[in-house]
Structure formats: C-alpha cells, structure tokens
Write a protein that binds this ligand. Structure first.
Ligand code: FES
Length: 164
C-alpha cells in the first residue's frame, strides 16, 4: 500500500480507495486524463479533498496546483462532502422580503450549518439562490428538484423531515 493511500483511508473506505486506484490506472499516461479522472473520482468518493488531489497529482505526474486549479474552476467539482439532499433557499429580492432570510437563519440554527455547508450526518447541504423565477410563490425553498412555496420558517423542519 502506498503512503498516500494510508492517508486516504482515514477518510474513505478501502473499496473506494481501490476504485480510485483503478480509475487512475485506466487513464494514466493518456493525454487529457485529468478531468476524466477527477469526474470518475468524484462519483466514487463524492468529493475531492486535498488528500485526493495530492494522490491524483502524484499519479498523473502533475503539479498539485494544476489539479487544485481544475477542481476549483468547475462548479461540478466539490472539495467538501455533499449531503444526500440539497436545500436551496431563494434569496432573490421577492423571496428575501417575504421571509427568505428568516428561513435561512432557521435552517442555520436548526441544523448548525452555514451556507455551502453540509450537516454532520451528510443529509443536507444548504445553499442559496437568487430568484428561481417563481417569485409569486415566495419565499421559495427547493429541496433537490422539489419546489416548496410560501414557506414559513416554522415549517422548514417539517418539510425537511420528509426527506430521508
Ligand atoms: S425571488 Fe425567489 S423566486 Fe424570484
């Protein structure tokens, strides 16, 4: 086992580390391999922390700065674990004045996460958006693909309880 794999095993299961090694071997030495490796690695590991980026950089013989640059450039890649569900609170003007801010504050208080963060149980990632084009329904909260309109801060917990 390689030293950097020992590091990865602190965060990922042995099967995931094995799979990452297979992904790297499949693409290694081929031109333009970085993005396909990162894409497949993210599907397998769900996120790409620095430990994973270091491993990929070493194996593909690239500077870490190059790998880091790509991961931070494309919004598809994430360096932090994402929740099973994504909760987006609309903070566009219409939703904001109708209570969007209060909803965000309630979520932050109830779940102990700030915008962009994921709950420790990895159930929810909290994000905000600027207008979803459904202003008449404001304040709007979107959980995954489900749009919840006229949400009251007191109902937020109840809504999220539907998501397991
Ligand atoms: S401001 Fe929220 S949907 Fe338009």
């Amino acid at each position: 086992m390689k030293a950097e794999d020992t590091e990865l095993l602190k965060e990922f299961a042995p099967t995931q580390v094995d799979k990452l090694n297979k992904i790297i071997s499949k693409h290694k030495g081929k031109p333009g391999s970085l993005i396909p490796v990162l894409e497949e690695a993210q599907v397998c590991l769900e996120y790409l922390p620095i430990s994973v980026q270091k491993k990929i950089a070493k194996e593909l013989n690239l500077p870490l700065s190059r790998v880091y640059g790509v991961v931070t450039f494309y919004s598809f890649f994430t360096m932090t674990p994402r929740g099973k569900h994504t909760v987006r609170v609309c903070l566009g003007t219409a939703c904001y004045v109708r209570g969007g801010k209060a909803i965000t504050e309630t979520l932050q208080k109830e779940f102990g996460v700030m915008e962009g963060e994921t709950t420790p149980d990895r159930m929810f990632t909290l994000e905000s958006v600027r207008c979803l084009g459904a202003c008449g329904l404001g304040p709007v909260v979107v959980v995954d693909e489900d749009v919840h309109g006229r949400v009251k801060p007191t109902k937020v917990k109840e809504i999220l309880a539907q998501y397991k």
